[in-house]
Design a protein around this ligand. Structure first.
Ligand code: NAD
Length: 434
């Protein structure tokens, strides 16, 4: 399962050989560790057009050093004021001279405004930033990421900027994230924002779910590790390690939502729908049971438990729902009509429910869409397809469960109340799909 190629390209002979042969040269990504929760390098703050954003105080709180000259770890380009093609040239003028110097595994974050339906010139150039960001992400290399944040209010976007400008977002690139202008309250402690909150993670005995539980617990949450009765021993071992509790439950049970609510009489703040299964086969060979089992675990149970926990009030006001989609649901994948349908269904659920859940319950609803993540699920993929899956993204490597976990934690953050209805791919900018 280990990515031996990545290890090889990290050695001098490996670098030499792969360069000579024109093979991908993935850089070892810098991820968040206990000792290194934030970057501590330089931050270059550039502007294209004229901007009203009061960005400097927020950027100063990221841990990076604003204005630090050479080899910046991060570049933030404020392009919110770009309204016409002439001013769009300032995006080129600002970034062209500095890109080469951005550190390995560094960050470029472009800030844009929502395209204005009443001004097609502004809408055209703000949309242009999307094509620009995705293209730059594909060419920048050296483990560096490029993302676009469309924001209306800089305070509401602080949790998002902190995430994108930290090692926590190592495998998130080529994304367009919209942040609204909901009022948000900053946590007392940005490193432990989930203190006092209860988070339930489905399918958390292993893989991505276990990493999510661990990351949320690391940020102060009391976690409930839910998994099928057959995985109870692993779920319990993890829960014990995280000072949480285990809940042995099959999410496809008709009364799963009620049983979760009964197990949590004090209610729930964060609901992570992570449990998922694959039963791959081309549609012509797929028996109905393979179809229905995947749709039941990956979509129907998510709809049922969400409805039950929202309508009963067990998911508290200010709560967060993060569901798990997949790039297979965005791009489609041969042999996965059932899985692709279920994961696209998650996207539909998020987009429809998000505005209503926020208006009626003050709950945000978002999804993560993992690409190729190194887990048991992908270890079972045949070797050649597995190797192609790992390399076919801008970062030239697979992601780790912790990458999905960090993205989930940002969406679950109490200060992420203005991030709603988003589907964020954690895929190293996979070539599959948009
Ligand atoms: P995994 O198979 O390693 O773990 C899934 C967990 O869900 C297991 O512990 C399993 O017991 C649990 N589960 C399955 N059915 C359940 C049910 N009915 N009730 C309760 N728990 C149940 O998978 P993973 O790779 O960690 O994937 C986690 C999620 O991420 C899934 O939704 C998957 O579709 C999605 N995803 C994974 C990848 C990847 O590359 N690994 C890519 C895209 C999306």
């Amino acid at each position: 399962m280990a990515d031996r190629y990545l290890g090889f390209t990290g050695t001098a002979p490996g670098r030499f050989l792969t360069r000579r042969l024109g093979l991908p040269q993935p850089a070892a990504l810098i991820r968040r560790t206990g000792g290194r929760p934030r970057f501590d390098g330089g931050l270059l703050h550039l502007t294209a057009g004229t901007s009203d954003l009061d960005l400097a105080p927020v950027l100063a709180r990221t841990g990076l050093t604003p204005g630090a000259g050479h080899d910046p770890t991060a570049v933030v380009l404020d392009a919110t004021g770009v309204r016409d093609v002439d001013t769009l040239a300032e995006v080129h003028a600002a970034l062209h001279p500095v890109l080469r110097s951005v550190a390995v595994s560094g960050r470029v974050v472009v800030l844009g405004a929502a395209p204005d339906p009443a001004d097609h010139h502004q809408a055209a150039v703000q949309q242009a930033l999307e094509g620009f960001t995705r293209s730059l992400g594909k060419e920048i290399g050296r483990g560096r990421t490029v993302n676009l944040v469309r924001l209306a209010d800089v305070t509401a976007a602080e949790s998002t900027l902190r995430f994108l400008l930290s090692p926590a977002s190592a495998y998130v690139s080529g994304q367009v994230i919209e942040v609204g202008d909901e009022e948000v309250t900053a946590p007392d402690d940005w490193e432990q924002p989930l203190t006092g909150r209860t988070a339930l993670v489905t399918g958390a005995a292993r893989g991505i779910g276990a990493a999510v539980a661990e990351t949320l617990a690391g940020q102060g949450a009391r976690v409930v590790v839910l998994d099928v009765p057959g995985a109870e021993a692993e779920a319990r071992a993890l829960a014990d390690r995280l000072d949480g509790t285990a809940l042995a439950l099959d999410v496809t049970a008709a009364d799963a939502g009620e049983r979760i609510a009964a197990a949590l009489p004090d209610g729930l703040d964060v609901l992570i729908h992570n449990a998922g299964v694959t039963r791959d086969r081309r549609l012509v060979n797929m028996p109905a049971e393979r179809w229905s089992s995947v749709l039941d675990v990956n979509l129907a149970s998510v709809l049922r438990t969400t409805d039950a926990l929202l309508s009963s009030g067990a998911l508290k006001r200010g709560g967060r729902i993060v569901a798990t989609a997949s790039i297979a649901g965005l791009a489609g994948n041969s042999g996965q009509t059932n899985y692709g349908a279920s994961k696209a269904g998650i996207v539909g659920l998020v987009r429809s429910l998000a505005p209503r859940a926020l208006a009626e319950h003050r709950v945000t609803v978002n999804a993560v869409a993992p690409g190729f993540i190194e887990t048991r699920m992908t270890a079972a993929v045949p070797l050649l397809i597995r190797e192609a899956g790992r390399r076919m993204n801008s970062l030239g490597q697979g992601g780790l469960p912790v990458d999905v976990a960090e993205t989930t934690a940002w969406l679950a953050h109490p200060a992420s109340g203005a991030v709603n209805g988003q589907v964020v791919r954690v895929c190293g900018q996979s070539l599959l799909g948009a």
